[in-house]
Design a binder for this molecule. Sequence first.
Ligand code: ADP
Ligand code: MG
Length: 748
Amino acid sequence: MALSEVDLYKNIYLQAKNPTCVLSPEGEILLVNPAHKKLFAATEYLPAGHPFSGCIGASQWLNLLDKIYKGEHFHQDLELTKPDGKKSHVDISASGIKDESGKILAIIVISRDHTQRRESDNQLMRFHNMFDQSNDAFLIIDVKTGQIIDVNKRACNHYGYNQEEMLQLSIVNINPGYQGIDEWRQRVDSIQKNQDTLFETTHITKSRKIFPVEVSHRYVEDDNKDYIIAIARDISERKAAEEKERQAQREWSRTFDSSTDIITIQNLKHEITQCNQAAVVAFGLNKDECIGKYCYELFSGNKEPCPGCPLTEISDNFKPYTEEFFHKKLDKTFSITVSPILDDTGQTTGISHFAKDITQQRKLEEQLRQAQKMESLGTLAGGIAHDFNNILSAIIGYTQLAMLHTPPDSKAFDSLKQVTTGGQRAVDLVKQILTFSRKTEYRMAPIEVQRIITETLKLLRPSLPMTIEIRQNIDPNCPPVLADAVQVHQVIMNLCTNAYHAMCDQNSGTLEISLTKIDIQPEMTVPLFNLQAGEYLLLRISDTGTGMDNATLEKIFEPYFTTKKTGEGTGLGLAVAHGIIKDFGGHISVYSEPNEGTCFSIYLPVPAGQTQTTQEPSAPIEVPMGTERLLIVDDEKPIADLLKVTLESYGYQVTDTTESPEALRIFKQDPELFDMVITDYAMPQINGIDLAEELLKVREDLPILLCTGFNDANNNSKALQVGIKTCMNKPIQSDQLALAVRKFLDKA
Ligand code: ADP
Ligand code: MG
């Protein structure tokens, strides 16, 4: 059946998607289609017969009517509020249907609901805002050309272009990493395969400033053209912070490695998690090899914690502790400090273990203790030696006296002679002890080195095994040099001891000492260690011992350098010798080869002009007698007696006393009575020098002989100042005394 035209329109009308309704010229609803019903359903849906004003509100309705009756088209976007409060946006257009005369017959209203479109417009807007507000630069890039298709505001800010300028650019212009568009395309390929979608690179601004960025990419397929969304984040600050962190890390690890202490960090199971360079050196392993090991494995090679190691305790009480530990394998002493490492909450997360090598320190302390012991021993020996001298004086003196009264061919005479010889040896020994016990201030005086050598060897011989031969090659006519006898003695002693040590393993060998005078000519001075031209004594001490290699030779004069075991060497011997010889204006040099022995040469300058030694010649003497009157003062009765008896036996008339004030009194009674005064030095009340001073005030030309137990330069010079012309060292032998008295009286 064919549809009538009216039905056809009606159908179209009813099925039209847009809400449509037909109104009477007065606004009464005549007809609505289902779409209209749906749109206005929840409003006050008004079926036919009701006014349309109910749909759009009175004021809009009047507007509509106004337009229609003016013959115009009404078109308005309206916001309608439904009873549930929801808003809908409706586009309403209305037109009048007129008859031929222009009279309005009906009004057709077609509405369009665009609530949803508006919603997506809003969404788009929000997205755009977000896009613009983002802290990251958004770039939409054409995959093929690399052209920038769109950017957000932040991108413009970052790169310093305006939007228009940016859209002229290609990605190659802002990423200096791309040499050309081909590289961009390769990149696109991998982004498309979902690789390399996030990476770090650098971008460049309009003002050519390069900054680091992290870029994430997304490939988007589009009907028109595929594009890439790149989100670039400026990571300058992050990079700076990372660099700072790395710097701090480097600094920390350098500090860690700079320490000469062995430092390890351990976890709570005592496994090493970190160690410093000193540890690497000490254990001979690299860092990776140390990590994971236990400290006792590295330090002692043990499979279990060292016995008594308090490290285990730390995990219980978490207190730091320090203790000393001797390491047998390394032959070293360590001071170990262990402390807990805490995290922010105060929990112990690990342990730091510091091991400081204090071997050297302990060695020095030991040396100091040894030196102090030697010093007090010396002082003690000095004190004993002094008393011993007096005893020896009496023994030798009385023995010699006894010999005077004994027939020289008798057995008794021989025995007495043995006593004197023994006593004499004791005197020599005491002299050595005194030499050693002296404080080491210099007393520069002309000395005969040959005598010192003889004395030193006498002392040394008994302590060397007989398998070591001592050869001497000494020129007895060597002139005296200006030096300190004690110091020279010490130098010879140190060198000879070293020589002995170098030979003691082979248990035989030759120690040779030679002394000659040499003349250094001006043209020789350069090769000879910058010594000035002139006369020198050359003292050579050589041995047939182990010798030295160059590495050792370079260091031997350094204080504390020793190749000997603890307790055997202090490393001071040569340093001291070197210092002493330098002080005397001389030079010490060495020649040595491994297994070939060693030769030390010492050059001592001979002062220009004649010098007299202070030592008395010890040639045998014929003692002349005398009859003069002598006054003797010595606070020790046996000595005073001995001197009196001795001198009386040589014919002198002797008055003696043990008290110096008494002596002064006796002398003052008759100053001309005595031809000479012999006085001890160390006496209570008035000492020998002060007494002499008093005596000389009374009689200026009085010969005074001072006997002293200390060979002390201070006293000697004081005695000279006071006016005492002759001093004798105790113990005094009878013949020497008689000779000195005779000589002195003859001169006076
Ligand atoms: P010390 O004897 O206490 O070791 P020294 O200063 O006397 O100290 O000597 C330093 C080092 O020089 C010795 O340890 C030794 O190695 C070496 N040395 C010295 N003299 C000799 C020598 N005559 N032969 C071999 N080596 C020597
Ligand atoms: Mg030595």
